[in-house]
Design a protein around this ligand. Structure first.
Ligand code: PNW
Length: 445
């Protein structure tokens, strides 16, 4: 396997942006700087919810080490850093502002600019103040106004220096993964809660877009995650199941944002549970945005599960090589996805690949981490993306998940996604082979 990339920066347009992505709860250390408890702290405190009951209390201690981390970004010749602001750090009880929290993001922003790094903001990457979660979280429509208020505080403080401002990371995870599959906070398995969460997060997005526009933001977007779904077998039942999976996962949010409607196959199960008057929200949800962020790691094989309640489907293991997450590696599906999004929903709207990468059991030996598998994964996906760009799809940037090994949510610290290794005893950072390879590729013209 390769220990370098074959691509070079000059394979892409001069203004194409390469970067890395992280999120607040996964790296900062939630116990520092006057942050309030988030629903991830309370979720992790219940045994069985996360591996070894691990939480983000310390994580990578990025709160104190952000300058070192930004040096690593600049040192790899990267152009942009996709980071998130912690709602529970900025508003510890969900209602009062913690000045220390805003001060941190102000320092972080200036430190990016000093290093020539373009700040790409995610307002919310899952750490909701526990006080608001206790009031029903995404099930309660009142959350949409709380979120708009939070968005206003952040933008008033750092909006003037953002290159791009996105509202949400992965509404599917906030809705389906957290309220139907029960894998993320608040850990519910409830179709009614799911429908409401999947709608309210979009309403909150629309309200936040209005707040951002009123504050003068002109590069506003949202980050959605996608998984192309294919039938496990050739029979009609599996084909139906794959289409339903596709509707829930890939079309629900895109449909609302770009067509002011939800896909029929997903509505079949969710409509009875949506809040009354939901159709009246579609204008607000579909406020024009300036770009779409696309997160993708894998595809899914889907089979019909006749005995299960709606949506009567199950994921089945596929034949392709897998990452340490058990996720199949499929650059072909990634290429299909990028074309499909543009052709079916976004047209000429600029797209950013805002997460792509792999977990690998990277071990540190003699001060080196040889993550050749990650280099191969990234090269294959960058090649696939390049092919799609050549077909005319307007992809403007690519940010690798992730800068650092970090807190992988319910899977704790066991899954390593970083191009930089983190020793969780000493918190020492060691650039992996992929970091060195990226630095070299981005210097080549
Ligand atoms: C994304 N799934 O999460 C998140 O944006 C990151 O915070 C995370 O670390 C990264 O991908 C790697 O997992 C996902 O179960 C988590 O389908 C789970 C799923 C999808 C995305």
């Amino acid at each position: 396997m390769a220990n370098g990339f074959s691509f070079r920066r000059s394979d892409f347009a001069d203004d194409f942006l390469f970067g890395v992505a992280t999120s607040a709860y996964q790296i900062e250390g939630a116990s520092f700087g006057g942050a309030g408890p988030s629903h991830w702290d309370t979720f992790a405190a219940t045994p069985g919810n996360t591996k070894n009951a691990e939480d983000g209390a310390v994580a990578c201690d990025h709160y104190h080490r952000y300058e070192t981390d930004l040096d690593l970004i600049a040192g790899a010749n990267l152009d942009t850093y996709r980071f998130s602001t912690s709602w529970a750090r900025v508003m510890p009880d969900g209602r009062t502002v913690n000045p220390e929290g805003l001060d941190f993001y102000d320092r972080l922003t200036d430190a990016m600019l000093e290093r020539g790094i373009k700040p790409m903001l995610t307002l919310h990457h899952w750490d909701m103040p526990a006080a608001l979660a206790d009031e029903g979280g995404w099930r309660n429509r009142a959350i949409t106004d709380h979120f708009a208020t939070f968005a206003g505080h952040v933008i008033d403080r750092i909006g003037d220096r953002m290159f791009a401002s996105g509202t949400f990371n992965e509404p599917w995870c906030i809705g389906w993964l957290s309220h139907f599959l029960g894998q993320h906070a608040p850990g519910l398995r409830d179709i009614r809660a799911t429908a409401r969460a999947m709608h309210h997060v979009l309403v909150a997005h629309g309200k936040a877009v209005d707040v951002l526009r009123a504050a003068g933001q002109d590069n506003v977007g949202i980050y959605l995650n996608f998984e192309p779904a294919e039938p496990a077998n050739g029979d009609d039942g599996d084909a139906e199941a794959a289409l339903t999976y596709h509707a829930i996962y890939n079309e629900w949010f895109l449909g609302a944002l770009f067509k002011k409607r939800y896909p029929r196959r997903a509505l079949a199960g969710l409509e009875p549970h949506l809040p009354e008057g939901w159709r009246d929200d579609m204008e607000l949800i579909a406020r024009p945005i300036d770009w779409l962020g696309i997160n993708n790691y894998t595809r899914k094989l889907v089979a019909r599960a006749a005995d299960a309640p709606w949506p009567s489907l199950e994921e089945v293991p596929g034949p392709l090589p897998k990452t340490d997450m058990g996720w199949e590696i499929s650059p072909e599906s990634f290429a299909w996805l990028l074309s499909w999004i543009a052709e079916s929903h976004t047209g000429d709207l600029p797209l950013i690949v805002s997460e792509n990468g792999m977990a690998n059991p990277d071990t540190l030996a003699d001060g080196r981490v040889d993550d050749a598998a990650r280099i191969a994964y990234l090269q294959a996906h960058i090649d696939a993306m390049k092919g799609v760009i050549e077909e005319g799809v307007p992809i403007k940037g690519y940010t690798v998940w992730s800068l650092l090994d970090n807190y992988e949510w319910a899977l704790g610290y066991g899954k390593r996604f970083g191009i930089v290794h983190v020793d969780y005893d000493t918190l020492e950072r060691t650039p992996k082979a992929s970091w060195h390879a990226l630095r070299d590729a981005l210097a080549r013209r």
